[in-house]
Design a protein around this ligand. Structure first.
Ligand SMILES: Cc1ncc(COP(=O)(O)O)c(C=O)c1O
Length: 369
């Protein structure tokens, strides 16, 4: 059924909506910021998994995009988005074969390594297939999620990689997941600076040793104005800024308790399907409509004083304190999502609205396979 031209009132629910004007403002703001800071912007597409959004980021000056999975990277390549950096280790035959195919298509593609055995495996696969694989060393900001420790272990890995045929070491990546959501700008600055400096110092050490490395990549939406001030960071990997979510709202910004540097572009639209009790209404959006990885749920947009509570897979309860009839059966309610990345992954398509009307419908490269 044709969706273009529809309004909130006649779209299927629950559905994700993107406000195109707010998204464009977010893209422009981050691009301008990165340019002014003389840092390359390689936005992370894990937040949206959508080639059309990536296209707009690149058209606005991004040097390429980051992807978390081979599936995301392939979806970007199919849409001819260039300058891919896969920020997770591509280990195992399936991923390595696909990485090589991707590199044949886009030779500048990069991925990350954090272990000499992995580097050897990639080098052997590259030799067997006659390609050159570009790699960054993934530095662990002492989180133990992925990455090799900064300093001597990373330098030793870099020296080993340099001797391996058909591996091209471009530099380092360090992503401090813990830093991005530290509440309060000052505390976040301290946390992220402490996490990032050892990686940056290692990058500078590789340069001092004459290695031809040119990329020091890292950072997030929460630390975009912190990490880019660190001398030595060459690229910013921020992702969520383009869509935003409740999780980021809560971290606080330079100006106050809300992190409002970027606008809320993504919402999920739901319908009030039951309305029998004072101050309560049920919407058709529950655990399957919203990411559930955070200790808080979605927040109704533009409805101050109205709260949401999960009520099951397909149900959610909105509540308000006064006994007014402000929410009625059949009403449409937009919710700011708890966490944009896993939320986007729940849907096949995003409805893109401008001035309240659907202007485009964009596919989401969800899933893994
Ligand atoms: C490796 C990496 N880089 C960058 C990001 C972007 O972070 P954010 O979406 O918080 O901007 C993520 C997000 O999880 C990530 O995993």
């Amino acid at each position: 059924m044709e969706m273009l031209g529809r309004t909130r009132d006649d779209l299927p629910t629950p559905s994700p909506l993107v406000d195109l004007d707010i998204m464009a403002a977010n893209i422009n703001k981050m691009s301008r910021f990165a340019r002014a800071a003389s840092v390359g912007l390689r936005p992370h597409v894990k937040s949206h998994k959508c080639a059309e959004i990536a296209r707009r980021q690149v058209e606005n000056g991004a040097v390429g995009v980051c992807a978390a999975t081979i599936r995301e990277a392939e979806a970007m390549a199919e849409a001819d988005i260039r300058g891919l950096l896969i920020t997770s280790e591509m280990v195992g035959r399936d991923k390595v074969v696909r990485l090589i195919q991707l590199t044949r298509r886009q030779p500048e593609t990069m991925s990350v390594v954090d272990h000499v055995q992995h580097a050897r495996d990639l080098s052997e696969a590259a030799q067997a297939n006659g390609v050159v694989l570009n790699v960054l060393i993934d530095i662990d900001p002492e989180l133990h999620r992925s990455g090799i420790p900064a300093g001597a272990p990373a330098v030793a890995l870099a020296e080993s990689i340099q001797k391996m045929p058909r591996l091209n070491l471009r530099g380092l990546q360090c992503y401090s997941a813990d830093s991005s959501h530290v509440p309060g700008h000052a505390a976040r600055k301290k946390h992220s600076t402490e996490a990032m400096l050892p990686a940056i110092e290692t990058f500078l050490e590789l340069k001092r040793r004459g290695m031809p490395v040119d990329i020091m990549s890292g950072g997030s939406s929460g630390t975009y104005d912190i990490d880019t001030a660190l001398e030595g960071l060459t690229e910013l990997q921020a992702g969520s800024y383009v869509l935003m979510d409740v999780d980021y709202r809560r971290i606080g910004g330079m100006r106050g308790a809300e992190f409002d540097d970027f606008g809320q572009a993504l919402t999920v639209l739901a319908t009030v399907i039951s309305r029998n009790h004072a101050g309560q209404a049920t919407v058709d959006a529950g655990y399957k409509a919203f990411a559930t990885d955070r200790p808080f749920g979605p927040v109704p947009k533009d409805l101050p004083g109205v709260t949401y509570r999960f009520m099951g897979d397909e149900h959610g309860l909105v509540e308000w304190r006064d006994d007014s009839d402000r929410i009625r059966l059949g009403d449409r309610i937009e919710f700011v999502v708890p966490h944009c990345d896993p939320n986007v992954n729940l849907y096949d398509r995003i409805f893109c609205l401008r001035a309240g009307t659907v202007e485009a419908v964009w596919p989401v490269a969800r899933g893994y396979a």
